[in-house]
Design a protein around this ligand. Structure first.
Ligand code: ATP
Length: 275
């Protein structure tokens, strides 16, 4: 696997303003990033430098968006990987991929004239599950051990500062070694959005869509209890498709209403309770 491929080094310019309804998660993440950016003053207070940030929460709530926004905020090269890419049958392959991921980060930042590289590992529980529980496989242990070695080797005064951000919706499965101080010691919860959050997300995803005057985004936000950001994005898209089918030049409220049911069935959401 070549981490320098399009999956890897980033041309993503997502900012925190593209993320709706995650006020406290964004606040905490930004604070952690400020720690990293101002490491001199942090050091003078004797605060231990932060290496890893773990984003936890249900699927589709914006964890990947947050990692991308974190990369833009710190002007870092964005390198993405998924936990499943490291699981291999052959001894040493997973560990070698972990080494390669960090090496790619160190190499690609100077090429893009950046001082920071942000490594994002989605589904970290696949790579960093509890040892001896998920599987007793030796190869798996080697892979996780290599990740721990890489994390422990990161220094604030390295030429390329590497920030680690990982995401999971099963933080209970993670090996405690990963959560030790000096590793993923900042945990940011990214929950399903509440009504106001859903409204913000709907505004973001209808920003460049023509809406009819009868569209009431606040009503849609109220009607979509349990929807994630990904569901709401899909809802806005479905509504636009319905409008097109009807040859309407604007998206109307009834297009949204019909799409709510469709997204709910597709996404296997529970029956819609009101909030
Ligand atoms: P997974 O756990 O499945 O990887 P995730 O939490 O990483 O999910 P994202 O990949 O960030 O979720 O979100 C998927 C898509 O859903 C985004 O590209 C975006 O269009 C939309 N989305 C999700 N959350 C938000 C949000 N808070 N604000 C705006 N859009 C969102």
């Amino acid at each position: 696997k070549n981490f320098d491929s399009p999956v890897g080094a980033g041309r993503y310019e997502i900012s925190f303003s593209d993320i709706g309804g995650q006020f406290s998660a964004i606040h905490e993440l930004r604070e952690a990033l400020d720690f990293i950016k101002n490491h001199q003053s942090i050091r003078s207070l004797g605060i231990r430098p932060l290496k890893g940030i773990l984003l936890t929460g249900p699927p589709g709530t914006g964890k990947t968006l947050m990692a991308k926004a974190a990369a833009s905020y710190t002007d870092a090269v964005f390198i993405a990987a998924s936990g499943s890419e490291f699981i291999e049958m052959y001894a040493g392959v997973g560990a070698q991929r972990v080494r390669k991921l960090f090496q790619t980060a160190r190499d690609s930042a100077p090429r893009q004239k950046k001082n920071y590289a942000l490594i994002f590992i989605d589904e970290i529980e696949i790579l960093g599950g509890k040892r001896g529980q998920t599987t007793s496989h030796l190869e798996y242990d080697q892979t996780l051990n290599q990740l721990l070695v890489e994390i422990d080797g990161l220094k604030v005064d390295d030429n390329v500062r590497i920030l680690l951000v990982a995401a999971t919706n099963r933080s209970d499965m993670l090996d405690p070694a990963l959560m030790r101080p000096g590793r993923f010691d900042r945990i940011v919860k990214v929950d399903l959005p509440d009504k106001d959050g859903r409204l913000e997300i709907l505004k973001i995803h209808t920003r460049n869509k023509p809406l009819a005057e009868d569209v009431k985004l606040n009503v849609i936000a109220r009607e979509t209890f349990g929807f994630s950001g990904a569901h709401l994005e899909s809802l806005a898209n479905e509504a636009a498709i319905l409008a097109m089918r009807e040859k309407s030049s604007v998206i109307k409220q009834h297009h949204f209403n019909e799409s709510i049911d469709k997204v709910m069935m597709g996404g296997k959401l529970d029956k819609r309770p009101s909030e």
